[in-house]
Design a protein around this ligand. Structure first.
Ligand code: ADP
Ligand code: MG
Length: 576
């Protein structure tokens, strides 16, 4: 075939494909236009998952009568005048492509009345060509109706998912904008059913409830921006550690109130939950990143869902640190409403001796005398992620330890607690110098074909945590040393214990993989339920747990302790 220039109609249908991939992309562009026009209310209606019809109505600035035909032209925009403007884009749109692209692949009707205009204008378009502009009576704002999406592009039509799937995408898309613009009222009606509304009263928690459900929304943790003078500020809400999802798709990210997709930042959020969630579970939430417009390039792709940061590492770390900080400040021990702040011993170079239970004995209702215990306890207030000093009381069922704290009773799962202690100890080991146990004689371990295939690419990782192991041909491996924690197992069992992990693994990030592996080792090494512990051992375990940085969960995310506040006990015994 000879080279020739494509007719404009085909060229624009091809170009439209980059902007309009599916019904949800149409909704996205039209909602963005409404928000750019300062709408207070945005109403979206769809039929048949958006293929039959999409209508977006707003009460924003509107389009002046003389500009309405122009708005459908490609590269027609009121939001950008010079290339330098790209550095400081504050609007969601700027490419002037959306209406033109939609009109290239669907029938479009545009009705708009600009603020202060005497009447509205209506214009229809098919194949990208606007027809019959007519003045009409209309309220201030804009209504865009898009019918028979892709009727002229059968190839694209084929790729659409079921109406149900498309409806779901539209639901989640509108929800994202509602989260980003809580001061705007949103209504979404799909096939005659109201599927989403947001009140527009500026209260983001109310929108969260509509998106994630009331229970989850009430328990979500608000992020506090750290470093007021930082260029990157992170806010929003994330799930508490005892709520999770089976995938990452409810981690909603926004940059300067634009919904974005970014695998690295999603990973930053996931990493913040590291060891706080069970393997294979993921957090959810809405994370809002604010930064100067010139630090982020939104002009990466016509759909504007991807952005590029001038300093991606700074953004990554700001997200991860902000989320982590919020989590550690708020993971409550299981089963209790989060306690009022309470005192804790400060762990410094001069270790205070265990104060014993004296603070419990002296209730001091008069507020006069100050006990030694109180002096110790006063210097700092317990961040809710930590645990107070505990007095060991005993063991029950050869599985749980009982301890007393300044505000009630603690039940501690000895296995989970020990896992946490070992995990943090192993993570503190100097990088590259794991504590290992050398075997007297190297041992050759024969693995299954699947285990060998899983282990081979991970030998470096396994060495980092204390195995000295090398391939010995076929599915055999020669082991010279094992992590000290697994010293009680045969070399074969020790190796198999970690290989199991690889078999389940997808493709974790390197340090995530290492932490998981360590968690696995600790699980094997930790004291089991059924083991009777002497008083000394109980006390030692409790002391070690107190010093952990995340004492309330095991590395797999299960709680290590249940706290029964004095209050609750008093109520249960009918004293209150
Ligand atoms: P962009 O949003 O990138 O500027 P669009 O093709 O989406 O490009 O829209 C073209 C222009 O039409 C916009 O710049 C704006 O001036 C006008 N416009 C589109 N939709 C609306 C709306 N809902 N309210 C007011 N003006 C609108
Ligand atoms: Mg636009």
């Amino acid at each position: 075939m000879a080279i020739r220039i494509l007719p404009p109609r085909i060229a624009s249908q091809i170009a439209a494909g980059e902007v309009v991939e599916r019904p949800a992309s149409v909704v996205k562009e039209l909602v963005e236009n409404a928000l750019d026009a300062h709408a207070r209310t945005v109403a979206v209606e769809t039929e048949d998952g958006g293929r039959r019809r999409i209508t977006v109505a707003d009460d924003g600035d509107g389009i002046p009568p003389e500009e309405i035909a122009l708005s459908l032209e490609r590269h027609a925009t009121s939001k950008l005048a010079a290339i330098e403007d790209l550095d400081s884009i504050r609007t969601l749109g700027f490419r002037g492509e959306a209406l033109a692209s939609i009109a290239a692949v669907a029938r479009v009707t545009l009705t708009s009345r600009a603020r202060g205009a005497e009447h509205g204008m209506r214009l229809s378009a098919e194949d990208g060509v606007g027809r019959d502009p007519a003045s009409v009576g209309a309220p201030q704002g804009t209504v865009v109706t898009v019918e028979d999406l892709f009727f002229s592009v059968p190839a694209r039509r084929k790729f659409l998912k079921s109406p149900r799937t498309e409806r779901r995408r539209i639901d989640s898309l509108v929800a994202r904008y509602a989260l980003a613009y809580p001061e705007v009222r949103f209504r979404l009606n799909q096939d005659g059913r109201e599927t989403f509304t947001a009140p527009g009263n500026g209260d983001r928690r109310e929108v969260l409830a509509a998106v994630f459900g009331l229970d989850a929304a009430e328990r979500m943790i608000e992020l506090q921006p750290i470093g007021a003078e930082d260029r990157v500020r992170v806010g929003g809400y994330v799930s508490p550690v005892d709520l999770s999802r089976s995938n990452r798709k409810d981690i909603l990210l926004f940059v300067n109130r634009r919904a974005i997709a970014d695998t690295a930042l999603t990973a930053a959020v996931v990493q913040a939950y590291h060891t706080l969630l069970m393997v294979g579970r993921f957090p959810f939430g809405a994370v809002f990143i604010e930064m100067p417009a010139e630090d982020v390039d939104v002009n990466v792709h016509p759909a504007k869902a991807e952005v590029r940061f001038r300093e991606p590492n700074a953004v990554f770390s700001a997200v991860q640190r902000t989320v982590r900080r919020a989590l550690l400040g708020s993971s409550p021990a299981a089963g209790i409403p989060s306690p009022a702040p309470w005192p804790v011993r400060v762990w410094g170079s001069d270790r205070t001796p265990s104060p014993g239970p004296d603070w419990m004995l002296d209730h001091r209702p008069d507020g006069q005398t100050e006990t030694a215990g109180e002096r110790i306890l006063q210097p700092s207030v317990l961040a809710p992620g930590e645990v107070p000093l505990l007095r060991p009381v005993g063991q029950v069922g050869a599985a749980y330890l009982i301890a007393e704290g300044p505000d009630g009773l603690y039940l501690i799962d000895q296995h989970a607690a020990h896992e946490r202690v070992l995990f943090e100890a192993m993570q503190r080991e100097a990088p590259g110098e794991p504590v290992t146990q050398r075997l007297l004689n190297p041992e050759v371990v024969e693995l299954s074909a699947a285990q060998a295939a899983a282990l081979s690419p991970q030998l470096d990782l396994v060495r980092r945590i204390g195995f000295d192991v090398e391939s010995f041909g076929g599915t055999a491996f020669r082991v010279r040393s094992v992590p000290q924690l697994l010293g009680g197992l045969s070399p074969a069992d020790a190796l198999r214990a970690v290989v199991e992990d690889f078999e389940e693994d997808e493709t974790p990030l390197a340090d995530e993989a290492e932490a998981r592996l360590i968690a696995r080792v600790c699980k094997r090494a930790a004291v089991k339920a059924g083991q009777v512990l002497g008083a000394e051992e109980q006390a030692e375990l409790i002391r070690a747990l107190e010093q952990c940085s995340s004492p309330r969960t095991c590395p797999h995310g299960r709680p290590t302790m249940i706290h029964l506040p004095m209050d609750l006990l008093a109520r249960r015994f009918g004293r209150k």
